[in-house]
Ligand binder design. Structure first.
Ligand SMILES: NC(=O)c1ccc[n+]([C@@H]2O[C@H](COP(=O)([O-])OP(=O)(O)OC[C@H]3O[C@@H](n4cnc5c(N)ncnc54)[C@H](O)[C@@H]3O)[C@@H](O)[C@H]2O)c1
Length: 389
């Protein structure tokens, strides 16, 4: 008898679509899932090329009989097996997210999908409806919500620690598309700059959605109106590589976002500043273990992850004692730990809080991209940016 059986430990199984040889985020999902040992990879359709799928399956120890030519075949066959996967992880380019997610939801399989959720508002609405009907779990991996100090920021703000929010300033500058690297065959650049695979936007869809989610997740603010200017600096590129977005939220708060992939000198410099009537905070993705917190009339404080003075959820999301750096992999693993715990508790009919971003957050992101492109196409006209799906 297997050891797991002896201990009666519930372990999940999953399959992956995408994440083949040379891919960027697929291996990160697998590493994050391996960190807590709650789920085992047993099936896959890892690439659009079957040779690559076979190569990946061999390297990852997935049996040939559960290695599939297409995601449709995988959804069908896995749903017919008694020991079929508990959930699927979708790490393909954006254009496939909708069809893959739909295929698995329709066959009763839980879904994890990377952002952006899908390409159009109609697709987002349909996925949302399917999730509500099937009552399946659906996580959208907004990675940055997995950092302990993002959880801390959320608690500080939501507990009124900054007073009433007045101003949000967020930016996500990168430099990697400052040259036409898509013309050199760079896999990640090629599809991100193609409307067929990326959708109506490159930079706003790819990294602007992270800002939108981070702001909503931490502050709870709902966008009411926005004005966006999307630009393309690299000649011949079909989609935006730089964007400015001005926002008004319900209530009195306002904000500005800067998204760029041509910002020479920057690596992955996502930064969030939130300013309220009583204080302000500043979080930077490249130093994710800290928050700068200013309270009116008091000196600036540096809060650091893993400490007992932090809120409970933030402490839960820290895996190591203070001063031991944690990063991107751990943030991803924190999301997966929350997701897997939810599935395991479901199997045991136990109610558990949902500590991960879901299909509704994904739909909000899709609406945001759509609004930014609409505003920009109308000469940066201020438009209704509210989310009413
Ligand atoms: N959460 C984050 O921080 C984060 C970071 C990077 C990428 N992403 C998202 O993850 C997704 C993947 O991005 P990436 O940079 O890893 O892309 P990538 O180009 O590196 O990898 C995509 C993989 O999908 C496979 N694929 C393509 N068509 C397929 C099909 N029909 N069936 C099976 N597999 C197929 C490719 O062969 C490849 O292995 C994108 O939606 C992107 O926006 C999210």
């Amino acid at each position: 008898m297997a050891k797991e059986r002896e201990t009666e430990r519930l372990r999940l199984t999953y399959g992956q679509v995408g994440g083949g040889p040379g891919s960027l985020i697929g291996p990160v999902h697998r590493a994050a899932l391996a960190m807590d040992g709650q789920a085992e990879l047993v099936a896959g359709s890892f690439s659009w090329l079957f040779d690559e799928t076979l190569e990946a399956a061999k390297a990852l120890g997935v049996y040939t009989e559960r290695t599939y030519r297409t995601f449709q075949e995988m959804a069908e066959k896995e749903s017919e097996r008694e020991d079929g996967v508990d959930f699927v992880v979708i790490t393909t380019p954006n254009h496939l997210h909708y069809e893959v997610a739909k295929s698995f939801l329709e066959r009763g399989i839980h879904v994890v999908c990377d952002k952006p959720l899908c390409l159009t508002i109609e697709e987002a609405e349909r996925l949302l409806k399917l999730v509500r009907e099937t009552k399946l779990e659906f996580m959208v991996t907004y990675t940055y919500t997995g950092y302990p100090m993002v959880r801390e920021a959320r608690q500080i703000i939501r507990n009124g620690g900054l007073g009433d929010i007045r101003v949000v300033v967020a930016e996500y500058p990168q430099a990697w598309l400052a040259e036409p690297v898509e013309e050199t065959g760079n896999q990640q650049a090629s599809w991100r700059t193609s409307p067929k695979y990326a959708g109506i936007s490159n930079s706003v869809g790819d990294i602007g959605t992270h800002i939108e989610n981070l702001v909503h997740f931490t502050t709870g603010l709902e966008i009411s109106r926005l004005s966006a200017k999307l630009e393309t600096f690299v000649s011949g590129r079909k989609l935006d590589d730089n964007a400015y977005i001005l926002l008004e939220y319900s209530g009195n708060a306002s904000g500005s976002y800067w998204v760029s992939q041509v910002a020479v000198g920057n690596e992955n410099a996502l930064r969030l500043r939130v300013i309220g009537t009583e204080g302000a905070l500043d979080w930077r993705q490249e130093q994710p273990d800290q928050i700068l917190l200013a309270r009116k009339g008091k000196p600036m404080a540096i809060l650091s992850k893993g400490n007992e003075y932090l809120n409970e959820e933030s402490q839960l999301f820290a895996r190591l004692p203070p001063g031991h750096p944690e990063g991107y992999f751990e943030a991803f693993a924190n999301l997966y730990r929350s997701f897997c715990s939810k599935l395991i508790s479901k199997k045991q009919s136990i109610e558990e809080d949902k500590l991960f971003t879901d299909v509704l957050d994904g739909a909000r992101g899709v609406k945001f991209v759509h609004d930014c492109v609409t505003s920009s196409n109308r000469g940066s006209e201020w438009i209704d940016g509210s989310f009413k799906i």
